[in-house]
Design a protein around this ligand. Structure first.
Ligand code: NAP
Ligand code: GDD
Length: 349
C-alpha cells in the first residue's frame, strides 16, 4: 500500500500536535513546518519525534514560515504531499489588536502563499483551511454555514479573507479545498494565555500555593467549547469526502467564561471569590459576545458528534494541570478519558 503524505503548518500548536499524532496512527508520513526559535518550541510533539537517522521514521520537520513564500514553495514542491492542513497562525484574538499587520501577513497572506504554491505545483493536493467561528463575530447565534459573517478583530478579518480565498481557489481552479469553521476547542495542550487554560493552570497553581490571584477580563462572553482531539479527527474526515465543502464544527452548547471559572473552582473545592480579580487590560476593543454552533450539517455529512462537553472538558484540563503542578488530580477527568476513549490514539498529557 502506498503511504499517504500530509503536510501540516502549525504542527507545534495544540491542534497540529494532535493532528500529527492522529495521522501517524492512520499510517501517514507526516511533514510539519516549524519556526526557528532561540529556545525549543516543539514540546507538544517531542513525544512523537524520532531521530531522522533511524529507519522508518514517519514524522519529518522542515524549517519555514508562512510569511516566507520561497520556503513554502520549496517545501510543497519537495514533499509533494497528498494533503495539506493549514493550521499555522498568529491565533490569539487579543494579540491581533496589538499586531494587526503581522496577523494579516501570516493568517491572510500566508494562506494565499500556500494556495498559490499548490496551484502552481499542478499536483492534486487536498487542502484544509483552519477557519474560525470568530469570523461570525457579532452575528446572531446559533451560527451555521449559512450565517453571514461579521468579524470583530484583525484576527477574524484575516481568517475571513483566508476563508474566501479557499472557496475562490476551489471554485476557480477546481481545487479540493475545504474550510473547517471550528468553534473553540481546548485541551491540556491549549496555549497558556487562552482563557480556559489560563483558568485551569491558575487553579492548579493556587492549589499548589504558587499563585495568589487570577486576573481575567470579560467574564460574560459565551463560547461553544469542545475537546481538541475530537476536532482534529474531523479535519481529516473533511478531506476524505468525495466533494470539497465547508463545515461548522462545534458542540451546540454555549457557556460563559464565568461558568467555566465556577466549574473549575468547584471541582477542586476552592472559593473563587477569594482568588478571581478583573483586570481591564484583558478586555478587547471589540468583543464577540456569544458563539454557539449549529452543527447539523457536520453531524449529517461527517457523523460528527462530540463525546466531550463543557463539564468533562473542564475536568480533563484541571486534572492534567494538577498533575503538571505536582499535585494529585481530582480524578474525574482522567476517568472520563478512560471510559469514553478506550482506544485513544493520542498521548495523555
Ligand atoms: P496554536 O496552538 O496557537 O498554534 C498555532 C501554530 O501556528 C503554532 O504551531 C505556531 O508555531 C504556528 N505559527 C505561528 N505563526 C506562524 C508563522 N508565521 N508561520 C508558520 N507557523 C506559524 O493554535 P491552535 O489552537 O492549535 O489552532 C490551530 C489553527 O486553528 C489556527 O490557525 C487557529 O487560528 C485555528 N482555530 C483554532 C481554534 C481553537 O479553538 N483552537 C478554533 C478555530 C480555529 P509556534 O509553536 O512556533 O508558535
Ligand atoms: N484570553 C483571555 N484571557 N480571554 C479572556 C480573559 C483572559 O484573561 N478574560 C476573559 N476572556 C474572554 C475573552 O474576552 C473572550 O471573549 C473569551 O474569554 C475567550 O477568549 P480566548 O480563550 O482568548 O479565545 P477566543 O474565543 O478569543 O479565540 C479562540 O477561539 C477562536 C474560535 O472561536 C482562539 O483559539 C482563536 O484562534 C479561535 O479562532
Amino acid at each position: 500500500m502506498v503511504t499517504k503524505k500530509a503536510l501540516i503548518t502549525g504542527i507545534t500548536g495544540q491542534d497540529g500536535s494532535y493532528l500529527a499524532e492522529f495521522l501517524l496512527s492512520k499510517g501517514y508520513e507526516v511533514h510539519g513546518i516549524i519556526r526557528r526559535a532561540s529556545t525549543f518550541n516543539t514540546s507538544r510533539i517531542d513525544h512523537i519525534y524520532s531521530d531522522p537517522h533511524e529507519e522508518g521514521v514517519r514524522l519529518k520537520l522542515h524549517y519555514g514560515d508562512l510569511s516566507d513564500a520561497e520556503t513554502i514553495n520549496n517545501i510543497v514542491y519537495n514533499v509533494r504531499p497528498d494533503e495539506i492542513y493549514n493550521l499555522g497562525a498568529q491565533s490569539h484574538v487579543r494579540v491581533s489588536f496589538d499586531v494587526p499587520e503581522y496577523t494579516t501577513n501570516v493568517v491572510a497572506t500566508g494562506t494565499t502563499r500556500l494556495l498559490e504554491s499548490i496551484r502552481r505545483s499542478g499536483n492534486h493536493i487536498r487542502f484544509y483551511q483552519a477557519s474560525s467561528s470568530e469570523m461570525f463575530g457579532s452575528a446572531s447565534p446559533p451560527q451555521s454555514e449559512g450565517t453571514p459573517f461579521a468579524p470583530r478583530s484583525p484576527y477574524a478579518c484575516s481568517k475571513l479573507y483566508a476563508y474566501w480565498l479557499t472557496k475562490n481557489y476551489r471554485e476557480g481552479y477546481n481545487m479540493f479545498a475545504c474550510n473547517g469553521i471550528l468553534f473553540n476547542h481546548e485541551s491540556p495542550r491549549r496555549g497558556e494565555t487562552f482563557v480556559t487554560r489560563k483558568i485551569t493552570r491558575a487553579v492548579a497553581a493556587i492549589a499548589a500555593k504558587k499563585q495568589e490571584h487570577l486576573y481575567l477580563g470579560n467574564l460574560k462572553a459565551r463560547r461553544d467549547w469542545g475537546y481538541a482531539p475530537e476536532y482534529v479527527e474531523v479535519m481529516w474526515k473533511m478531506l476524505q469526502q468525495e466533494r470539497a465543502d465547508d463545515f461548522v464544527i462545534g458542540t451546540g452548547e454555549t457557556h460563559s467564561v464565568e461558568e467555566f471559572v465556577d466549574e473549575v473552582f468547584d471541582y477542586v473545592g476552592l472559593k473563587k471569590d477569594r482568588y478571581v480579580r478583573i483586570d481591564p487590560k484583558y478586555f478587547r476593543p471589540t468583543e464577540v459576545e456569544v458563539l454557539i454552533a449549529d452543527p447539523l450539517k457536520s453531524k449529517e455529512a461527517l457523523g460528527f458528534e462530540p463525546r466531550i462537553k463543557f463539564r468533562e472538558l473542564a475536568h480533563i484540563m484541571v486534572d492534567a494541570d494538577m498533575r503538571a503542578a505536582g499535585l494529585e488530580p481530582v480524578g474525574e477527568g482522567d476517568r472520563i478519558l478512560e471510559q469514553r476513549f478506550p482506544r485513544r490514539w493520542w498521548a495523555v498529557d
